[in-house]
Write a protein that binds this ligand. Structure first.
Ligand code: IMP
Length: 200
């Protein structure tokens, strides 16, 4: 069976990729399946760079096609921050309820509340040029945190398509418009064609 490596230790991301790629005839293997707890350093300055670093690291280490993603929240009034630092903003293990309150506090009185989520997916194949697929969702930072759905910064991110925060959306609503949904669909379109060319 053809194999693809998902370079992440995030169980939710592995599940999502498994559901997409197994129907295309792939055995989806994660770092956890390989008992690999190496923390791949994310030293890139863009989401695309970080996704490429992770995908190529996994591809070179195990010699199989590998996919990785990187995402985050960019706030206009913070000059695009926290950006690639989104997961580490105010500390990696700090609860998002606190991170979100700090963002709302810092934006008090700010008229420019524009923001966007960004997702980059990199697909690395031995001997080939690594491909990157990106998705952006523009919205704004809400006046207050709302809802318990989604994760991370969702309760303070206002989705203009629904007039609700991400915390108030169900997964299917969010995926239909989200940065990750867009990047995933672009990747899948490419991968579906690629998978037909790869031998068992
Ligand atoms: P990573 O891609 O797993 O490194 O996550 C990057 C950071 O961006 C994390 O802090 C997430 O909380 C945040 N983030 C990425 N996508 C979303 C989203 O769809 N909703 C809320 N937060 C997100």
């Amino acid at each position: 069976m053809k194999r693809i490596l998902i370079v992440t230790s995030n169980a939710n991301k592995v599940k999502e990729f498994r559901e997409m790629l197994e129907p295309l005839g792939y055995e989806v293997v994660s770092l956890r399946d390989l008992h690999d707890d190496e923390d791949v350093p994310e030293y890139g300055t863009t989401f695309a760079e970080n996704a490429v670093i992770k995908a190529e690291h996994g591809m070179k280490k195990y010699g199989v096609p590998a996919v990785a993603d990187d995402s985050g929240l960019c706030i206009d009034a913070f000059d695009g921050g926290p950006g690639v630092q989104s997961a580490r903003f105010l500390g990696h293990d700090t609860p998002y309820s606190y991170k979100n309150q700090v963002i709302l506090e810092r934006l008090k009185g700010e008229t420019n509340r524009g923001a966007q989520f960004h997702c980059a997916i990199a697909f690395a194949v031995p001997g080939a040029q690594t491909k990157v697929f990106e998705g952006i969702l523009r919205g704004k930072i809400a006046d207050e945190a709302k809802g318990n759905g989604g994760f991370g910064y969702d309760p303070i991110f206002w989705y203009p398509q629904y007039g609700k925060t991400g915390g108030e959306l169900v997964p299917s609503e969010k995926n239909a418009v989200s940065h990750r949904g867009k990047a995933v669909r672009r990747f899948l379109e490419y991968f579906t064609e690629y998978s037909k060319t790869e031998k068992e």
